[in-house]
Write a protein that binds this ligand. Structure first.
Ligand code: C2O
Ligand code: CU
Length: 485
C-alpha cells in the first residue's frame, strides 16, 4: 500500500473512531446519569431544587439529621380508634382483592373520627401499601413505598392511623407497583360523613373501574338498577379509579355537582343535558331528586345506574354535547387563601422527549425538561403559600395529583376561576393547557406529586414536594423492594 493511502486509511479510521465516540460517550453518560442508584434516597439524591422564591435553596440533607424524620410524622398515638378495620390483600391469577373482593370494602367514618386500618399482605410477592387518596393524612401514614414507608411484604402487616377531619368522598389504593396493582383491583372507597347525615337522602358510592378492557361499576359491567321512590333525594358519589377521565351524565332529572374531590361546591346550579368529567383518581358527588319516571346515570357509555326506573327504556342514553366547566360553575365565596403574594412559585412544565429512564431508552415524560430522577423536587417551608404554574405541552392529558394537600384552581390558560372555589387533589390537565393552582403548605412531610394515569408515573411523570425541615429514611429502586409507581 502506498504511504498516502495508508495515511488516508488511518485517517479514516481515526475520524470514524472519533465520530463514534462523539456519539457513544454522551449516550453512555446520559445512560449512567439516568440510573436510580442502589442507595437512592429521596432526600439526598438526584433532584434539582428549583428554588422557587426567596427561601429557595439547594437541598442537601445528606448529613442533616436535625429535621423531623418522615416516619415520625404520625397521628397522636394515645387516642383510641373510632373506626377500626383489617384489610387483607391477596393476589390470584393476576388479580388483586381486598378482603376477598374488588373493589375492596368501603370504609365509612364520621368527620373527626380516628380511622385505624391494619393492612395484611397475604401473598403479594412485590409487596404492597395503602395510600389514602385525597385524605390529607400525617406524612408517615401516606402509604407510599420508598417515600413514607417500606413496602409491606407477604406475611407482614402495617397499621395506618389518621383522623378524617373533612367530610367527603375519598378512596384508597396500593402505592407499590401501583400501575399494576391498582389496575388489577387493589383499591376501595373511603367516605367521611358529616356529624348528622340526612337520613332521607339515598347516599350511594360507585367506583368506576376497567378490569382489562371490561368497564365496571362496583365491579359489575352493564346497568345496575336501584330501587327508589319518586321524590327521593340522591347523593351519588362517583369515584374514578381508572387511568383516564370519564364523563358522567344524568338522564331524566336535573342534577347538581355537589362536591369535587371531597370538597363541597358553593351554590352549584342544576343542569340538564350536560355531562361532568371525573378526573382519573378524582371524585364528584352528584345531587338530584328521583323523578316519577326514574333517573339514569351513565358513566363513560358502557356502565349505568338507574334509580326508580330507567327513563331511557333500557337504551344507552345519548352522551351529552356539552360538559360542565368547573372554572365558572357555582358561586364564588371566600377561600381563606390569599394567593396574591405567594411565598413560593414554581413551574411544573410537562413535556416528552427521547432519553434514558433508569437506564432504559425511550420517549419519557419530562418535568421542566428533565427526566426522572433528575427532576425538580419542590422545596417548601411550613406555612408557605405556594403557587404552581402547570403547563402541559406533552401531547397527552395528565391527571395531576399532589399528595397531602388540597389545591385551589386559580386560572386556566390565563382565564381566572369565577365559580365556586374549585379545590382538587386530582386535576386533569389537557395537552396545550396551563393551570395556576395554589395551596398552603400546612402538612409537613415528603409528598408525591405525580400523574394519576399510573403508567405515566411509571414512565417518569413523578416528583415530590418536600418540606425544608423534614428528612426521609426510606429509599426507592435499586436494591430495595420499594417501587411506588
Ligand atoms: Cu392515588 Cu400517588 O396516588
Ligand atoms: Cu400522565
Amino acid at each position: 500500500m502506498a504511504p498516502s493511502a495508508l495515511r488516508s486509511g488511518r485517517l479514516r479510521l481515526l475520524v470514524a473512531t472519533v465520530a463514534t465516540l462523539a456519539v457513544a460517550v454522551p449516550i453512555a453518560w446520559m445512560w449512567e446519569n439516568s440510573l436510580v442508584p442502589d442507595t437512592y434516597d429521596m432526600a439526598t439524591m438526584g433532584y434539582h431544587d428549583y428554588g422557587g422564591g426567596p427561601h429557595g435553596h439547594r437541598h442537601d440533607h445528606q448529613h442533616d439529621h436535625a429535621g423531623t424524620a418522615v416516619a415520625d410524622l404520625v397521628e397522636e398515638s394515645g387516642r383510641p380508634a373510632d373506626v377500626s378495620v383489617t384489610l387483607t390483600v391477596r393476589r390470584q391469577d393476576g388479580r388483586y382483592t381486598v378482603n376477598g373482593t374488588s373493589p375492596g370494602p368501603t370504609i365509612r367514618a364520621t368527620v373527626g373520627d380516628l380511622v385505624q386500618v391494619r393492612l395484611v399482605n397475604e401473598n403479594i410477592g412485590d409487596g404492597t401499601t395503602l395510600h389514602w387518596h385525597g385524605v390529607d393524612v400525617p406524612n408517615a401514614m401516606d402509604g407510599v413505598a420508598g417515600v413514607t414507608q417500606d413496602a409491606v411484604m407477604p406475611g407482614d402487616d402495617f397499621v395506618y392511623r389518621f383522623v378524617v377531619d373533612r367530610i367527603g368522598t375519598y378512596w384508597y389504593h396500593s402505592h407499590q407497583v401501583s400501575h399494576e396493582q391498582v389496575r388489577n383491583g387493589l383499591f376501595g372507597a373511603l367516605v367521611v360523613d358529616p356529624e348528622d347525615p340526612d337520613p332521607a337522602v339515598l347516599d350511594r358510592t360507585v367506583l368506576l373501574h376497567e378490569y382489562g378492557t371490561r368497564a365496571t361499576l362496583d365491579g359489575r359491567p352493564g346497568t345496575t338498577a336501584v330501587d327508589a321512590l319518586p321524590g327521593r333525594p340522591v347523593r351519588l358519589r362517583v369515584v374514578n379509579t381508572d387511568n383516564v377521565a370519564q364523563t358522567v351524565w344524568v338522564t331524566g332529572a336535573a342534577y347538581e355537582v355537589r362536591a369535587v374531590d371531597g370538597t363541597d361546591l358553593n351554590g352549584p346550579e342544576p343542569v340538564t343535558g350536560k355531562g361532568i368529567e371525573v378526573t382519573a383518581g378524582g371524585r364528584v358527588d352528584l345531587g338530584f331528586v328521583v323523578p316519577p319516571g326514574g333517573a339514569r346515570v351513565d358513566f363513560g357509555g358502557t356502565t349505568a345506574l338507574t334509580l326508580g326506573g330507567d327513563p331511557s327504556g333500557g337504551r344507552e342514553a345519548e352522551p351529552p354535547g356539552e360538559l360542565i366547566d368547573l372554572l365558572d360553575y357555582g358561586e364564588p365565596t371566600g377561600t381563606g387563601l390569599d394567593a396574591g403574594h405567594p411565598d413560593r412559585e414554581f413551574d411544573y412544565r410537562i413535556g416528552r422527549r427521547l432519553g434514558f429512564l433508569d437506564g432504559r431508552p425511550g420517549r419519557w415524560w419530562t418535568i421542566n425538561g428533565h427526566i426522572f430522577p433528575n427532576v425538580p423536587m419542590y422545596m417548601v417551608g411550613e406555612g408557605d403559600v405556594v403557587v404552581f404554574h402547570i403547563d402541559n405541552g406533552s401531547g397527552e392529558p395528565h391527571p395531576m395529583h399532589l399528595h397531602g394537600h388540597h389545591v385551589l384552581v386559580l386560572s386556566r390558560n390565563g382565564e381566572p376561576a369565577t365559580g365556586s372555589p374549585w379545590w382538587v387533589d386530582s386535576l386533569d390537565v389537557a395537552t396545550g393547557d396551563s393551570y395556576d393552582i395554589a395551596f398552603v403548605a400546612d402538612n409537613p412531610g415528603l409528598w408525591m406529586d405525580h400523574c394519576h394515569n399510573l403508567p405515566h408515573a411509571a414512565e417518569g411523570l413523578v416528583t415530590h414536594l418536600m418540606y425544608t425541615d423534614v428528612t426521609s429514611s426510606f429509599s426507592i429502586g435499586g436494591r430495595t423492594d420499594n417501587h411506588p409507581e
